[in-house]
Design a protein around this ligand. Structure first.
Ligand code: FAD
Length: 485
């Protein structure tokens, strides 16, 4: 039998539109070589961004689905753990593999690791090939007319979308040839990716169905109507108006090319969806832009893109940080967002901006603290998107909101959650408060609070900072910074 081909799955946990798998299946059909689908749970020693808890939960279920799908095609998914080069080396020796294929990933530490693996395997005479499954335009393929990387989103997206002609997504292979002798694999359960003591994942289980099939179904449902209202609905946390594809994109259960083609197809078939589709694809464009930024500034997750903010005098406030993390700041829209995140592993984008602004500007705590918390708790945690957005809110990123723009949590709540339904869903102790007071319970007359059964300071906290004073404090620091520049 010809030498096997390893397909090393990473954050591309799908069978369709998976160029590495498609190439392997084609080569196998021509040569009769077996295909070994492989996932490695890599050593995270020294990794500055080891998988967060919510991501580990998602990964477990996504691997379960992928494992079933590979088995149905004929060649089971192999699970191994350890240092990637060592695991691959051992598997190659065991199975006499001649070729290793993978789809590229873009986080700086991972690209460095992949380059080292590629060099080591190539030196051993292994045929190594990598593909693009994760972006519409890989960072090194995009540059300004005058040369150099883009730092501003609008011209970036104009340039990318003008020349965009992504290949049509491929279908999953019809079958995969298995090796003659079964190859040993770890048991997924032994990796202990799921929380047990305590099992905090109940809200995740209620909220999500990981896996390629569910990802495609969710996208199809969204494009079959809701996308039309996306330009306005995307700002309403009280409605279910966004696609919820982010964790699926983070794990590669669906790829941006599939999204691009499906969205374009929907707009062609139903012209009334066109405006919504444009707005939706523009957000996919922000994801591309953040990867572009991470590529040009590998320190993006750790240090400000704009060096002027490098020594910003952040406060230290462990109690404030904890109140923010637990959704007990006394600002209902912030607390609703932080509790939605804790319970479901996801937070609405508008509320992510409000909650992030509160941490950075009202509490004057470093954006990296928020970034770390999101990294651990989001099911869609993505290094480029998380860092890019935190820096955007902090005002220290490329093409960021200016530092002097401070979100007012009361006005934001009243505008985007006008009836308070979102707050009621996630902060049940305020459930009976009328809409007029739900975003500022401390201003409610005592008899209103009494009727609603709310004792401030007991059932629900008083605001931990006074917003107007906190805003002035942040602006004063910003002015000092500006004067120094
Ligand atoms: P939709 O509105 O349906 O958008 C479709 C897709 O477009 C998203 O899945 C996402 O891939 C992309 N997208 C949408 N908004 C943005 C944006 N602002 N920046 C970049 N891409 C975007 N997104 C992540 O995927 N991972 C993160 O770790 C992450 N951290 C964030 C941290 C902060 C402080 C903020 C303000 C935003 C963050 N976002 C992150 C961006 C955004 O909130 C989520 O992508 C979005 O809420 C996901 O929900 P959706 O799939 O329903 O989005």
């Amino acid at each position: 039998m010809p030498a096997p081909i390893i397909v090393w799955f990473r954050n591309d946990l799908r069978l369709s539109d998976n160029p590495a798998l498609t190439a392997a299946a084609k080569q196998s059909a021509e040569s009769g070589a077996p295909v070994l689908p492989l996932f490695i749970l890599e050593n995270e020693d020294g990794d500055p961004w080891p998988l967060g808890g919510a991501s580990r939960w998602w990964l477990h279920h996504s691997l379960e689905r992928l494992g079933e799908a590979c088995a149905a095609l004929g060649s089971p998914l192999l699970l191994r753990r350890g240092e990637a080069a060592g695991v691959l080396g051992a598997l190659i020796r065991e199975t006499h593999t001649g070729c290793v294929l993978w789809n590229r990933r873009y986080a700086p530490a991972l690209t460095a690791r992949d380059s080292a693996v590629e060099a080591a395997l190539t030196e051993r005479g292994i045929d190594v090939r990598s593909f693009n499954a994760g972006l519409l335009a890989e960072p090194w393929t995009v540059e300004k007319k005058s040369g150099g990387p883009f730092k501003v989103f609008t011209p970036f997206w104009r340039s990318v979308s003008a020349s965009l002609d992504p290949p049509h997504p491929t279908r999953p292979p019809a079958a995969l040839t298995a090796p003659k002798t079964p190859v040993a694999s770890d048991r997924l359960a032994d990796w202990r990716l799921l929380p047990t003591a305590p099992d905090w994942a109940g809200g995740l289980r209620e909220s999500w169905e990981p896996g390629e099939a569910a990802a495609r179904e969710r996208l199809a449902d969204f494009l079959d109507g809701p996308v039309a209202a996306y330009p306005t609905e995307r700002d309403r946390p009280d409605h279910d108006g966004t696609s919820a594809v982010s964790p699926r994109l983070a794990f590669g259960e669906i790829g941006p090319r599939q999204i691009w083609h499906a969205a374009r197809h929907a707009a062609d078939a139903q012209p009334e969806l066109a405006g919504g589709v444009e707005a939706f694809l523009r957000e996919i464009g922000w994801r591309e832009f953040n990867h572009h930024l991470l590529h040009q500034a590998p320190h993006l997750p750790d240090r400000p893109f704009n060096e002027r903010f490098a020594d910003f005098p952040w406060r230290e406030d462990a109690a404030g940080l904890r109140a923010w993390q637990r959704g007990r700041t006394g600002y209902p829209i912030v607390d609703a967002g932080m509790r939605q995140l804790w319970r479901t592993g996801w937070m609405h984008n508008r509320v992510r901006m409000i909650a992030a602004s509160f941490l950075i500007k009202d509490l004057l705590l470093p954006w990296q603290e928020g970034e770390r918390w999101f990294w651990d708790t989001l099911v869609d945690a993505d290094l480029a998107n998380n860092a890019g957005n935190w820096q955007w809110v902090a005002g220290c990123g490329a093409d960021a909101a200016p530092f002097f723009r401070v979100f007012n949590p009361v006005l934001q709540g009243e505008k985007f959650d006008p009836k308070g339904d979102y707050v009621r869903r996630h902060v049940p102790e305020l459930d009976r408060l009328p809409a007029r007071w739900i975003h500022k319970p401390w201003e409610a007359p005592p008899e209103v609070l009494k009727t609603a059964g709310v004792k401030l300071g007991t059932d629900y906290p008083h605001p931990i900072v006074e917003h107007d004073a906190a805003r002035d404090r942040a602006l004063a620091l910003y002015r000092q910074r500006k004067a120094k520049a």
